[in-house]
Ligand binder design. Structure first.
Ligand code: SDX
Length: 428
């Protein structure tokens, strides 16, 4: 018997069981052997929110929540944010290695030549009310793209998978820009593949037929780094949805439509929008202490604070905070930043937050930057989705090629009624 096992005694029967330990986990299926009667179902684990359950084996992203470590394919997020580009990071996440110069050039060219969307999709955006939430448009756009690319359903075909990856990475910024232009009632700017990924995105958002329009390089760089910081985050809520839908062998467009729907929730990717609204409600630094007291009473949560995994400062939040200063040099500062800094200062000295290991997460400062760049608040989660797209795709590709993966189908603890006979309406 190796010592890489768990010896479990079932006190109901006195029987002991040897359960193998692998990668700091035990196979949940081993618990099914623990029974009182031979025809029992056996034991399961009960884990609402899956906070203690490994759903897959992955080689993409490593997080150490206690130490505040985040690495994509082994590379520290701080080095990637400092030295890489978003498309290079997307390549790294999807292919597992940093590209050579030629590989990167080919990859950038391939993505930037898949930026045009079907005209039917452009018209679909116009079918929404001008003030429709752009996440609704993005979620719908991914679904309509599924109907436009039938080859996507052949998920076992590597070439078909690669094609959808390029289409999604290329077209999502165009969808986001069209949603924004529809919102402000301005004509679409069609993609310009001569520009960088974020440069083209900013161009599609802002170009108003100026004769000498130029993308601001500081803002394009800031957006590029923000996308890097959002690119993947192991088995977060939306990625788990991408994997769940993908496990049914549905195509990556509808899987990502579901992932984007999960991301739109205020506890997940919608938090950056909620942070800016919260800072607006606080209104002034002098109201921070009273607001914190209401959070501690449980009236509401401090949006942008806390994390299921990070029990230390989210390493991404530290980098985002630095980007804010770079952006403000171009856009001018924002009073909300002063409120956010005061909020962080007060919260990090307060026992309520310290004892619960609640620190700023990636959403705490990102919304302030997006606002300074004049994005409407309801575009913030769309920006999160643009950043997260390569992570969702990398995780989906890993799932599809993982021999151990099966269709997702959790079990339950049934606490409902025992069998009972139907009572006809006249007798109730
Ligand atoms: C993202 O998973 C990912 O990786 C996500 C993400 C990614 O990149 O994909 O990192 C992106 O979603 C970041 C998180 C953005 N969400 C928010 O900022 C919303 C506010 N944060 C919380 O709602 C909360 O912190 C969660 C949802 C992020 C995490 O919740 P958990 O792990 O389920 O924590 P919990 O609900 O069990 O709370 C533990 C305690 C509770 O207090 P007690 O009941 O023990 O007294 O901490 C409290 C909670 O009330 N708490 C908070 C709080 N977060 C947790 N109290 C006040 N403000 C908060 N923000």
């Amino acid at each position: 018997m190796t010592n890489e096992t768990l010896t479990v005694t079932d006190n109901r029967t006195g029987k002991t069981y040897e359960i193998p330990i692998e990668n700091e986990t035990i196979p949940a299926a081993a618990l099914r052997k623990i029974k009182v009667d031979p025809d029992d179902f056996g034991l399961m684990t009960y884990d609402p929110g899956y906070g203690n359950t490994a759903s897959c084996k992955s080689a993409i992203t490593y997080i150490d929540g206690d130490k505040g470590i985040l690495r994509y394919r082994g590379y520290p997020i701080e080095q990637l944010a400092e030295q890489s580009t978003f498309l290079e990071v997307a390549y790294l996440l999807i292919h597992g290695e940093l590209p050579s110069k030629d590989e990167l050039e080919r990859w950038e060219n391939d993505v930037m030549h898949h930026t045009f969307v079907h005209e039917n999709l452009a018209r679909m955006v116009e079918a929404f009310r001008y003030d429709a939430h752009p996440m609704s448009i993005l979620i719908s756009a991914l679904s309509i793209m599924s109907s436009m690319h039938a080859d996507a359903k052949d998920v076992q075909n590597a070439a078909a998978r690669k094609k959808q990856v390029l289409r999604i990475l290329g077209k999502l910024p165009t969808v986001a820009a069209f949603a924004y232009r529809h919102r402000i009632g301005r004509p679409y700017n069609y993609p310009n593949s001569d520009l960088s990924y974020t440069g083209n995105f900013l161009y599609m958002l802002d170009y108003m037929k100026q004769t000498h329009y130029e993308v601001n390089p500081v803002l394009a760089k800031a957006l590029d780094v923000l996308f890097i910081l959002h690119a993947d985050h192991e088995q977060n809520c939306s990625t788990a949805v991408m994997r769940n839908i993908g496990s049914a062998m549905a195509d990556p467009y509808v899987a990502m439509s579901g992932a984007a729907a999960a991301l739109s929730g205020p506890l997940h990717g919608g938090a950056n929008e909620a942070v800016v609204k919260m800072l607006g409600v606080i209104g002034d630094e002098k109201h921070v202490p009273s607001y914190i007291e209401r959070v501690k009473k449980g009236d509401f949560r401090l949006m942008g604070f806390g994390h299921r995994v990070y029990k230390n400062y989210d390493p991404r939040a530290r980098i985002v905070k630095q980007i804010a200063y770079d952006v403000f040099k171009v856009t001018g500062t924002d009073p909300l930043l002063d409120i956010a800094l005061k909020l962080e200062e007060v919260a990090l000295q307060d026992e309520y937050f310290v004892s619960r290991k609640l620190y700023p997460n990636v959403d705490f400062y990102s919304g302030i930057i997006y606002r300074a760049m004049r994005f409407p608040t309801d575009m913030f989660t769309v920006l999160f989705a643009l950043g997260r797209a390569p992570g969702w795709l990398a995780q989906w590709l890993e799932l599809i090629t993982d021999e151990e993966q099966r269709i997702a189908r959790p079990r339950q603890v049934y606490l409902g009624a025992e069998e009972r006979a139907y009572v006809p309406l006249g007798e109730r």
